[in-house]
Design a binder for this molecule. Structure first.
Ligand code: CA
Length: 224
């Protein structure tokens, strides 16, 4: 398992690298936002949000588009706003400085477990609905064979709706399944993701709003 450590503080980074390597992880460290975006792919990114050359949240936004990478944000005590924004942008978890090695390792293991469970659940089956194909293993959506760039959360949301095509999927279930509900239910975040999906999928899939309940996609594509 590869871990990318994005941390500008040499002293903090040294301690982290020692602990992570000792735990058996392959670790790559960078100290800037720019380097984080060009670093080799990793299974987990440990992302300090306070970076010298840019906003860590922008890095998070970019990295989030890469499939298969889990992100844990690192913030200083008191930076609650950054932590919350990080989660809204799709971070899988966070740690607050100063944190203990045992806590960090436990969080990394938990995040990796969730990633593996999600992949296993996908069972590598492609789902086709009209012109839309979902490849859960590669976490890729295609319209008439053309890949559609989706964020992880957008893909999870789409897979959930398409997997239950023809039935109404409640907002509560979506929040629970897609966001694991380990933070406060992001009602507006869900609306934002639905709007993004509608924009990206265009005519290929109609996501119907069932007022006060949730969303539904038709089991068969209808006239467009
Ligand atoms: Ca920093």
């Amino acid at each position: 398992m590869r871990i990318l450590v994005v941390e500008d503080d040499d002293r903090v980074a040294r301690g982290l690298l020692t602990a992570l390597r000792h735990a058996g992880y392959e670790v790559h460290r960078v100290g800037t936002a720019a380097a984080a975006l060009t670093a080799p792919p990793a299974d987990v990114v440990l992302l300090d949000l306070g970076l010298p050359d840019g906003d860590g949240l922008d890095v998070l936004r970019e990295l989030r588009h890469r499939t298969g990478t889990a992100i844990i944000t690192v913030t200083a005590r008191g930076e609650e706003r950054e932590r919350v924004l990080g989660l809204r942008l799709g971070a899988d978890d966070y740690v607050v400085k100063p944190f203990g090695t045992a806590e960090l390792l436990a969080r990394i293991e938990a995040v990796l477990r969730r990633t593996r469970a999600a992949r296993a659940a996908a069972r590598e089956h492609e789902i086709t609905l009209g012109p839309l194909t979902l490849d859960p293993a590669g976490r890729e959506a295609r319209i008439n064979g053309e890949p559609v760039p989706l964020t992880r959360k957008e893909f999870d949301l789409l897979a959930l709706l398409v997997g239950r095509a023809g039935t109404v999927v409640s907002r509560d279930l979506i929040v629970d399944q897609v966001w694991q509900a380990h933070w406060e239910a992001p009602s507006r975040t869900l609306d934002t993701h639905i709007a993004a999906l509608r924009g990206k999928l265009g005519d290929a899939l109609r996501i119907e709003t069932i007022r006060g309940v949730g969303y539904r996609v038709a089991a068969h594509t209808t006239d467009r």
